[in-house]
Design a protein around this ligand. Sequence first.
Ligand code: IPM
Ligand code: MG
Length: 365
Amino acid sequence: MFKIAVIPGDGIGTEVTSQAVRILRKASQILNEQFEFTELKAGGIAIDTFGKPLPEDTLKAALASDAVLLGAVGGPKWDNLPYELKPEQALLGLRKGLELYANIRPAIMFQPLIETSSLKPEIVGGIDIVVVRELTGGIYFGRPAGILEEGGTRRGVNTMTYTVPEIERIAHTAFKLAKTRNKSRETGSRSAGRVTSVDKANILHTSMLWREVVNEIQKKNYPDIKLDHMYVDNASMQLIRNPKQFDVILTENMFGDILSDEASMLTGSIGMLPSASIGEKHALYEPVHGSAPDIAGKGLANPIASILSAAMLLEYSLKQKELARKIFRAVEVVLNEGYRTADIASQSKNVLSTEDMGRRIEAAL
Ligand code: IPM
Ligand code: MG
């Protein structure tokens, strides 16, 4: 029995998550293993029901589960609440509470979607990048933080901070991942098995320490993995100029937030990108996209990012790599047949609703 906490959240979160659950039910049949789903509230819906974005019971149940599947949180209705009550605090609280320090965000080009990217096909064709983002440290969590009253004016403060152990553990995640990618590549692409650590070591002290520690870890433990360093401003440019030079991008929390959105656009739509957030004991899977309140409730949302997040759950939490691959292939089959959701549609394609896309992928699986 495998216990999955399902947190649909707000906006399109609920629509896409039910399609991911559909695929997980199918997976449970294929594996002949029982999954127990427990639905929990977090984000705006929890604010409306319980008065807070992350109720204790939700965190407790998430801690007691084997894996968490999350949709998305937030929406304009809750935008003007005080900091502690914003829906986004549910995400930060889950990340911190479950100690999910490693966020893994693959940006994979599905060949049939090559025309939906805003970049030229020869630039983005065949890209397979994964951003490894540190998720429980840095400026998101550093103290002091707040808006302070000082001498008749106000001052906003955030603190960027990293300890050596925090850098070490995320560096290990990136190097280990690069190692498995090196082995699993059939064609030995020129950038496979390679880590690019992104920082701002020409100006930030946290980055200077980051670079030093990443170098040490590589020398001591992963001499066979190629490592290079890039400043974050240059990295954001290189991602668009020549994305195929990247394999694994290792970076701190805020740089990873920004670069993973940028990387997502290489693949055509943020509606395609899954993520895994992993700690020593817990794991949470969620699409990279947000709650998209403008299209919520209309059946327009693309469930593929959520479905691929379910595939990552099977791969990382259940070690079912083969089945995860099959889900990726099922998505590819459906796209090859010309089916699309609105966000990735082009002329003469069959545009499906969120649910119909989920059903198609289930059938292809
Ligand atoms: C993400 C999101 C979150 C983040 C927000 C919603 C708190 O942008 O997961 O990338 O900044 O980490
Ligand atoms: Mg983000």
